[in-house]
Design a protein around this ligand. Structure first.
Ligand SMILES: NC(=O)c1ccc[n+]([C@@H]2O[C@H](COP(=O)([O-])OP(=O)(O)OC[C@H]3O[C@@H](n4cnc5c(N)ncnc54)[C@H](O)[C@@H]3O)[C@@H](O)[C@H]2O)c1
Length: 313
C-alpha cells in the first residue's frame, strides 16, 4: 500500500506515519508551516517515508507528488480555529480550497481511497451529544464551516467520480508533538509568565479530548473497515474534560506550582468557540473500534507528555 498524507509532518500526521510505515511506503506532503521534519525524522532516515515540502494550494505540485499512490489522508488545515477571526480568508483557502485540491489531485491520479480529518465543530453550538446524523445546527466558526464544506465536497466527489471517502470528525486531539491546543498553550504561557496563567473563558468549557495515539489508530481502522462509498464517523471518547481541569493539571505538571489561574470570564473562549461539545462514538464502536483512553485520561497523559516537552524532564 502506497500512502500519501497531506499534512503528514504535523501532529496527527506524524503519529499516523508511525503506524502506516509498516504497510508500505509513505509520502508526506507538507509545507512545514506548522509541521516539523523532526516529528518524522526517523522514518525519513530509514527511507520508510519521503517528505515533499510543498503547498496543498499548488494543485500541479500536489497532483504530481500524488501519482502512484493508493490511499490519500488529507490532514492539512488551518491549525487554530480562532485565527479565522484575524484572517477571514484563511479557512476558505487552507480548508475548503485545499480540500478541493486534494480530491481533485486524487481524481486526476485515479486514487480510489480518501480519508478526511473533519471536526466536531461541524455540529455547531450544541451541548447535547451529537451522532453522525445530527447536523441540526450549523458551524459557528469559519474553521467549522470549512470542515463542513470539505465534507460536502467529499460527498459530491464520491458520488460523481467514484472516490471512496471516509470522514472522521475528531474531538480535540492531544498528546506529544502537539503543535497547538490548550495544553501546549497553557504550558507555553506558564514558561513565559511563571506567576500566573491566563485562561480564556470561565474555565467551564468542556469538550471530548482524544489521545493522538487513538486518533491515528482510528484513522487506520476506518481505512480498513469503513463500508461503502461515503462513511462518516465521530472519532472521540464519550466523555468530556473541562478547561479548568486542564489548567489545574498544567500548573501541577509545571515547575511553577504556585501560579495563579486567572479566568477571562464568559462561557466562550472566543467568538466561534463551542463551549460545550460531546460526540457520540457509537457508530464507530458498532463497526468495532473503541478509543483506549477516556477524555480525562487522554488529558492526563497529554499534560505529562507536553509538560516534558516544554519544561524538560
Ligand atoms: N488537533 C486537533 O485537536 C484537531 C481536532 C479536530 C480536527 N483536526 C484536524 O485534523 C487535521 C490534523 O490536525 P493536526 O492537529 O495534526 O494539525 P497540524 O497543524 O499539526 O498538522 C497539519 C499539517 O498540515 C501542514 N499544512 C497546513 N497547511 C498546509 C498547506 N496549505 N499545504 C501543505 N501542508 C499544509 C502543516 O504544516 C502541518 O504539518 C487538521 O485537518 C485538523 O483540522 C484536528
Amino acid at each position: 500500500m502506497r500512502s500519501f498524507i497531506i499534512g503528514g509532518a504535523g501532529f496527527v500526521g506524524s503519529h499516523l506515519t508511525d503506524l502506516l510505515v509498516s504497510r508500505g511506503p509513505v509520502t508526506l506532503y507538507d509545507n512545514l508551516t506548522v509541521g516539523k521534519r523532526e516529528f518524522v525524522a526517523r522514518h525519513l532516515e530509514t527511507g520508510a517515508a519521503t517528505l515533499v515540502q510543498a503547498d496543498a494550494l499548488d494543485l500541479d505540485a500536489l497532483e504530481a507528488a500524488m501519482a502512484g499512490h493508493d490511499v490519500v489522508f488529507h490532514l492539512a488545515a488551518n491549525p487554530e480555529a480562532r485565527w479565522g477571526l484575524e484572517r477571514p480568508r484563511l479557512d476558505l483557502e487552507q480548508g475548503t480550497i485545499a480540500t478541493w485540491n486534494a480530491m481533485e489531485a486524487a481524481r486526476r491520479n485515479g486514487v480510489t481511497r480518501f480519508v478526511f480529518s473533519s471536526s466536531g465543530t461541524v455540529y455547531g453550538d450544541v451541548s447535547d451529544p451529537r451522532g453522525e446524523g445530527d447536523l441540526g445546527s450549523l458551524p459557528i466558526s469559519l474553521y467549522g464551516a470549512s470542515k463542513l464544506a470539505g465534507e460536502a465536497l467529499l460527498s459530491a466527489y464520491s458520488e460523481c467520480f467514484g472516490l471512496r471517502c471516509t470522514i472522521c470528525r475528531f474531538g480535540n486531539v492531544v498528546g506529544p508533538r502537539g503543535t497547538h491546543g490548550a495544553i501546549l498553550d497553557f504550558c507555553n504561557k506558564l514558561r513565559a509568565h511563571p506567576d500566573h496563567l491566563d485562561v480564556l473563558g470561565d474555565g467551564r468549557q468542556a469538550k471530548p479530548y482524544l489521545h493522538v495515539t487513538d486518533c491515528a489508530a482510528g484513522l487506520l481502522f476506518v481505512l480498513d473497515h469503513a463500508p461503502g462509498s461515503l462513511a462518516i464517523y465521530n472519532l472521540a471518547p464519550p466523555d468530556t474534560t473541562s478547561v479548568r481541569r486542564i489548567a489545574e493539571l498544567c500548573v501541577a505538571a509545571s515547575p511553577h506550582k504556585s501560579a495563579r489561574i486567572e479566568y477571562g470570564g464568559g462561557a466562550q473562549g472566543w467568538p466561534g468557540d463551542v463551549p460545550q461539545s460531546r460526540l457520540l462514538p457509537d457508530k464507530l464502536a458498532a463497526l468495532g473500534f473503541r478509543v483506549r483512553h477516556s477524555s480525562d485520561r487522554a488529558v492526563e497523559l497529554a499534560v505529562a507528555e507536553i509538560a516534558r516537552e516544554v519544561f524538560g524532564a
